[in-house]
Design a protein around this ligand. Sequence first.
Ligand SMILES: [Zn+2]
Length: 414
Amino acid sequence: MNTRVRPSHVLLVALLMAAPAAAQVATQTSEKVDYDAIYKIKEEGFQRSQVMDTASWLTDVYGPRLTGSPSFKAAADWAVKRLTEWGASNPHIEPWGTFGRGWANERFSATVVSGAQPWIITGVPKAWTPGVDGTVTAEVVFAPMEAEADLEKWKGKLAGKIVLPMPTREVKAHFEPEASRMTDADLAKLSAYEPVGPQRRAYNMAALGFSVKRLEFLQSEGVLAVFEPGRGDGGTLFVQQGGAYNPKGPSGFMRFPAVVPPTVVIAVEHYGRLVRTLERKVPVSVELTIKNTMTEDQPGMNVVAELPGTDKADEIVMLGAHFDGWHGGTGATDNAAGSAVMLEALRILKASGVKLRRTVRLGLWGGEEQGLIGSREYVKATFADRTTMQVKPAHAKISGYFNVDNGTGAIRGV
Ligand SMILES: [Zn+2]
């Protein structure tokens, strides 16, 4: 757990070094490194760290902080309150317009109630999908649909059923360790990385297009619910969105329709068990409860706070992390870890009493998982419009921005 304490120090040392470095470029004069300040920062961080307490509030108490959800707002309110107690300047929630739907899953259970023995299915409903009315028992149908022709085959056969619309997959043994540590040579290679400009992840758009079509088909057939096999295994499932957060039109890169059936990601092992049971011509019924709440027109929010500088107070060094997460867990590694480090960095800078020449500003962003919305809106409102490349006066005054969204493990380089 102690390794979690360290990232804030690496970051702070980097921060302190970065501000003079920016000045060096501007003036071609050298600035002395303030070792006394670095000592005070390390002392505050190592002796009086609050980073794990902060992380616990953000995850155990206020996780998962899905954008637009009540838990995001509660976590943001908590952060503002804690920043105020720490003596940060003007901590506040900064809205960035309407995000769309707020969504939260409040109850979920799925139990196989047919066959020799009842058993409980591990699963998590997908964000922005509806629930079911109360508790209902329905028959499970394995209806793998991978192309348009398959839709025709299942037409008129799925109403009121719980549908397994995808093939199952083999779950392989894990022969490789779950984590690995980079060598110094690996790190050196990483730091030699040349930025190559904006990159987009490559998605199979044809496959995505068909999965939306399949979803629309399942909705039009009036299925009770859809179960999908989870990515991951051994107790880990990855769950993101299954419906649109903007009801005014399809949203997200998958272009989800506004109306979708109740959709649940279940453990791949359980998906496989359901499929194999059905393949043995043994009927399967599931007792299902899904209670999701949806609220319309929720605002988008970032949390912003500052520590004012002294003789160069109008120059800004920013630190930030995205504050939102997905709802299957508590959003611990993605990205309470980064948020807690940045909050702790601000706390340490304040509590250690080091003199800051430049203003340090913290930004905890919302809507990252839906396409970096919160930070983009902040940049647009504060520094520059990326579409026109028109810059605002504040753009000339930003010395650097440090972001953490690396998940777990010590930060061993910048
Ligand atoms: Zn992230």
